[in-house]
Design a protein around this ligand. Sequence first.
Ligand code: FAD
Ligand code: NAP
Length: 337
Amino acid sequence: MIQSNVSLKSLNTFGFDVSSKLFAEANNEDQVRNVIQSNEFLSNKNLILGGGSNVLFTQDFNGIVLRNNINGIELIEEDEESVLVKVGGGVVWHEFVLYCIEKGWSGVENLSLIPGSVGASPMQNIGAYGIEIKELFHELEAINLKTGEIEYFNNSDCQFGYRESVFKNKFKGAYLISRVIYRLSKKQNFNISYGAIEKQLEIMGVQDLSARKISDAVIAIRQSKLPDPKEIGNSGSFFKNPIVSNEQYNRLKANFPKVIGYALGDSQTKLAAGWLIDQTGWKGKTIDNYGVHKNQALVLVNYGGATGKQIYDLSSEILLSVKEKFGVDLEREVNIY
Ligand code: FAD
Ligand code: NAP
């Protein structure tokens, strides 16, 4: 059923009080097709929404929002080493992570507590603590919003990059990702190379490593650093970490010896955007009821009642400050509507 004038306040983690002219939800592929073939869908702009944890609404949405609620987790293949699991796009990401841990499958534990839906996970190749989903991704099913047909995308079709995929670029707004197939390991294949995890496991006194313990460590780190959207509106990292050439990194290092960079292959360096923003004095700044989080300069926050336009304008000021001080272009990670 398509509804009119629906509030999106509880459907975006910034908690902006915006509404959508039209709104529908779909629990399966047939319901998606019914909506996308309707006059309301065909005659309006549209937005596919999952958990609303990576969107910034700068105004009311003057079109139709289609919320993806396709559920289900299905084991489709298994051998001695691994399993292939098909997951509905509407499944909550963290619930999928907990499901895998319960089953004894490893791979996603470092990605614990990332908000949002499984359907959005390939959108920006979600990543944290040294893992990106592209390392576990097998295939996805997506409904072409023009034809209603299901199309299949393998790993290379998705063109995954750092917080990027073909769905965030060339095919933005063209598909609804209905189901995603992940390959999980039945062996205990862990990655704890990310310093913060090792440190936290030590604090927790962990001797025998397990996916659950790594997940617990990641949850503890995240809860100590990141604002919970239920309490303070935010969309996680507002900006991506910029990737620059090694030459540019070396020039920066000469002027700012403490600049934080991580080598990406032989010729590029990933800069810690949080450090750059911190150095321009924005970390912890509050303007009325919004600002930059005190523990994490990448996270812009709505303390209640701020608008998306205010946060967007703040992000523009931050971009300018970083450009002026370091000559580096930051890019917004969040999807702006
Ligand atoms: P939404 O916000 O609903 O949508 C995001 C974009 O994807 C929109 O453009 C939307 O149109 C599109 N989209 C959503 N679902 C579909 C679908 N089924 N088919 C097609 N398009 C779709 N991200 C990380 O990568 N790593 C992190 O560690 C991380 N930590 C976070 C911490 C916090 C506190 C918060 C609030 C966010 C964090 N994020 C992180 C960002 C966010 O959680 C992810 O990007 C997540 O995948 C977004 O999922 P969602 O369902 O909420 O997407
Ligand atoms: P952090 O540990 O304080 O590190 C700061 C930045 O340095 C991170 O952005 C991270 O890049 C990079 N980094 C640190 N150690 C690294 C290593 N060993 N190798 C390569 N890069 C390294 O970061 P944080 O803010 O607390 O976040 C922790 C993790 O959760 C990060 O992976 C971050 O991406 C993820 N996270 C993402 C979001 C989001 O919305 N996208 C929100 C919160 C947390 P990477 O970001 O590339 O890992």
